[in-house]
Ligand binder design. Structure first.
Ligand code: FAD
Ligand code: EPU
Length: 357
């Protein structure tokens, strides 16, 4: 990695030709043309202004990648543009009443540490989302979810800087159009806003949600009748640690595919042949299939080839122990998708964002 004098009056330290291998949890060894870390909104706005000027002078686009913890992206080639590493920190209690508290965190805060802080402070609602890697600013992008809870359940608003203008915009929950692993920022507004802070409304009294089957089972084995929020948080962390690989040991990006939605008719047909298939009925009559079960049943669990593979405890997680290229990993993903389509007639959609240039 080299650090140079910023070209064309860039307002913040700009690094050139940067290895992103240590900055994405799949350890994909791609390089970025430029990388800059921002620690406040002013810096971000000035950097975006510099990019606009650069594009004008050079008469070509400088692609943009906003980087949090790098735990939900696949770099399928080098990145020929500007990577902005989100480093805006800060935690603030904005207000409290008898039952709830309004809290704001900077987009660059570590998500798990934020959850831990909230649980320890007696602000409840995020316990089920413990140990999810990444940053606060990335959490709304795919409306992170785990163990029966999604971010949207306690989301109040976020602030974001518009890439094209630099203006600061506030989005409430309905403007974010949250869905399962989805939001407006993955759809119409993709790459148009940089999230700088997130405001949540949490409970001051325990609001324990322990219905998720694996969580229920774990807690009952523990003999925890009515678990405290702290116990719930610890249970979630323990379950996750037992089946999801730690990216520091085995590079991965969590679930590589979304759990697919099928019609109840298709689910019943599948169940006739595969009596133990796992599906969760959704409102509106569809059924969400456990993609991990499909991949496992198809025999891919523990599979490995050329440095990439399928985790041996959770078939929905692709791993990259050999620090192979993104395109190598995507080849494996494509073979799995083809196989699942052929066997079950089900289309799998990749969950992390794929960058291809
Ligand atoms: P990055 O990977 O850096 O970025 C992801 C995308 O969001 C990119 O397109 C990026 O440009 C964009 N982005 C990031 N920050 C901003 C910002 N401030 N403004 C605008 N755009 C931004 N996810 C779940 O939902 N549930 C889970 O249970 C879960 N478990 C996981 C377990 C493991 C072991 C791993 C490795 C991942 C898991 N994930 C899970 C996925 C991932 O942790 C989340 O999606 C997380 O929110 C990504 O955060 P990040 O900061 O690493 O985002
Ligand atoms: N299963 C298998 N074999 C496997 C994996 C799973 O049979 O190899 C079965 C399990 O036995 C279970 C079902 O599939 O009956 C669901 O498995 P699990 O509870 O592990 O959850 P998941 O559906 O595989 C989802 C999320 C995770 C989240 C967990 C817990 C998606 C795409 N993934 O996984 O999120 O942590 O539920 O809520 O929705 C992520 O998004 O990166 C992620 C890790």
């Amino acid at each position: 990695m080299t650090e140079t004098t910023p070209p064309d009056h860039c307002p913040t330290t700009l690094q050139q030709d940067v290895d992103l291998g240590g900055l994405n949890t799949l350890a994909i060894p791609a390089r970025a043309r430029y990388l800059a870390r921002v620690t406040c909104v002013d810096e971000l706005q000035a950097l975006l202004q510099w990019r606009r000027q650069y594009e004008c002078e050079q008469q070509r686009e400088l692609p943009l990648l906003i980087l949090g913890g790098g735990s939900n992206l696949v770099l399928s080639s080098d990145f020929p543009g500007l990577v902005i590493s989100m480093g805006i920190l800060g935690r603030e209690v904005l207000g409290e009443d008898e039952s709830s508290v309004l809290l704001r965190a900077g987009g660059g805060e570590n998500w798990h540490q934020w959850v831990q802080y909230c649980v320890e402070s007696g602000y409840f609602g995020l316990e089920n989302l413990g140990l999810i890697p990444g940053t606060v600013g990335a959490a709304p992008i795919q409306n992170i979810g785990a163990y029966g809870v999604e971010l949207e359940s306690c989301f109040e608003s976020l602030t974001a800087v518009e890439v094209s203008s630099g203006r600061v915009v506030t989005f409430d929950g309905s403007a974010c159009r949250f869905g399962y692993r989805d939001s407006v920022f993955k759809q119409e507004l993709r790459d148009q806003f940089i999230i700088t802070s997130v405001t949540l409304r949490l409970h001051r009294n325990p609001d324990v949600r322990a219905d998720y089957p694996a969580l229920q089972q774990y807690l009952s084995e523990l003999g925890a009748g009515q678990p405290s929020p702290q116990q719930l948080f610890e249970a979630v962390c323990a379950i996750r640690s037992s089946k999801l690989p730690d990216p520091a040991q085995v590079p991965n990006a969590g679930s590589f595919f979304k759990n697919p939605l099928v019609s109840s008719e298709q689910f019943e047909q599948l169940r006739e042949e595969y009596t133990d298939i796992v599906g969760y009925p959704q409102s509106g009559g569809q059924v969400k299939l456990a993609a991990g079960w499909l991949i496992d049943r198809a025999g891919w669990k523990g599979h490995s080839e050329d440095g990439v593979g399928v985790h041996d405890k959770q078939a929905l997680v692709l791993v990259n122990p050999g620090h192979a290229s993104g395109s190598r990993l995507l080849q494996l993903a494509q073979r799995i998708r083809d196989d699942i389509r052929q066997r079950f007639g089900v289309e799998l959609e990749i969950e992390p964002r794929v960058y291809a240039y």
